[in-house]
Design a protein around this ligand. Structure first.
Ligand code: MG
Length: 329
């Protein structure tokens, strides 16, 4: 392991990292500044989030390539209807006309997250908005798992890839956060471009076996499915691609692959782990980190075992671990 960014994702004795998925999607609107700040104030040490480019080349934090009708309202407060507008066809100013603070509980997507707070007048953030938040001294230890999405409609995918990675890397460098950022993608061609343009930022190799279907309300990422199916060992494939961090889907992991990953010196961070049984299974399998929509559930599962998610808290007296420090307000 050569890069210090990886330390924030490394587990250890009684230590399993928690990474807040899109902030804390189970309880706060996903990929929003209010959700990110809330998650950090819980004392979670790392955030996962998704970045796409707008028509005017601004990196913004949003998961799907379209503004999704189940999470987007127009200026009159009405849920979007009909064709969903595509992020890369909208300028950032146009995107700011939409409200992404709520989830439509009548939708299949909304039914997955019945506990999510319903807010209004919340905009899609720019990447730089989150970077500036995390650059504040009170969040000096926060690590970023920055997912870059491929544009499935790009006429020239190679050109789009180079441009997207450049815009993202420039934003991270300009805010002085490259030493706390790892670049994360299902698209291993994007990761190869990241390694070329930003060898100082580790790449995180996302995998999901093709037989696991996409979840309701989410578009699928351009991935590496066929190669995964052919591979004898996915950890070996990650190492061959130059990876030091492997990020498998929770339903795909098993003890044998985790053991092989450890032999190869890979960190293993699994996603998206929301159910208590899955959280316990991930801990028992010895993963380094857990990406969750419900970081509070993971905190409780760790505390129940006298584990922690931040090394600074791990060595305190047991009673102190029961009342962990949140980030300073
Ligand atoms: Mg993501």
């Amino acid at each position: 392991m050569s890069q210090s960014q990886l330390d924030a994702f490394r587990g250890g004795d009684r230590l399993v990292r928690i990474i807040g998925h899109r902030g804390a999607r189970g309880i706060m609107p996903e990929n929003t500044m209010v959700g990110f700040e809330w998650t950090l104030r819980m004392g979670v040490g790392a955030l996962e989030f998704d970045v796409l480019l707008t028509k005017d080349d601004i990196p913004v934090i949003v998961h799907n390539h379209q503004l999704t009708s189940s999470t987007t309202r127009d200026q009159d407060g009405q849920w979007l209807r009909g064709q969903e507008p595509t992020i890369c066809d909208l300028t950032y100013a146009e995107i700011c006309g939409f409200d992404v603070g709520g989830i439509d509980s009548r939708s299949a997507y909304g039914q997955r997250f019945p506990d999510q707070a319903f807010l209004s007048h919340i905009r899609v953030p720019r990447l730089v908005d989150l970077l500036e938040l995390v650059a504040r001294p009170c969040f000096a230890k926060t690590a970023l798992m920055l997912e870059i999405k491929s544009d499935p409609k790009a006429e020239q995918p190679g050109v789009a890839r180079i441009n997207t990675v450049k815009r993202v890397v420039d934003a991270v460098r300009n805010t002085g956060l490259s030493h706390r950022t790892i670049l994360h993608s299902f698209d291993w061609d994007i990761l190869a471009e990241c390694q070329r343009q930003a060898p100082d930022m580790p790449a995180s190799f996302l995998t999901q076996m093709p037989e696991n279907e996409d979840d309701a309300g989410e578009d699928s990422a351009l991935g590496f499915g066929a190669e995964l199916r052919k591979a004898k060992s996915i950890p070996e494939l990650v190492v061959k691609a130059g990876g030091e961090l492997w990020c498998p889907y929770i339903k795909d992991i098993n003890a044998q692959d985790i053991a092989r990953a450890k032999e190869l010196g890979l960190l293993v961070v699994t996603w998206t782990v929301n159910e208590i049984d899955d959280i316990n299974q991930a801990i028992e399998l010895g993963v380094d980190g857990i990406v969750s929509d419900y970081p509070g559930r993971v905190q409780h599962a760790l505390l129940a075992r006298d584990y922690h998610w931040l090394p600074t808290l791990q060595d305190k007296e047991p009673h102190a671990r029961r009342f962990p420090e949140s980030a300073t307000v």
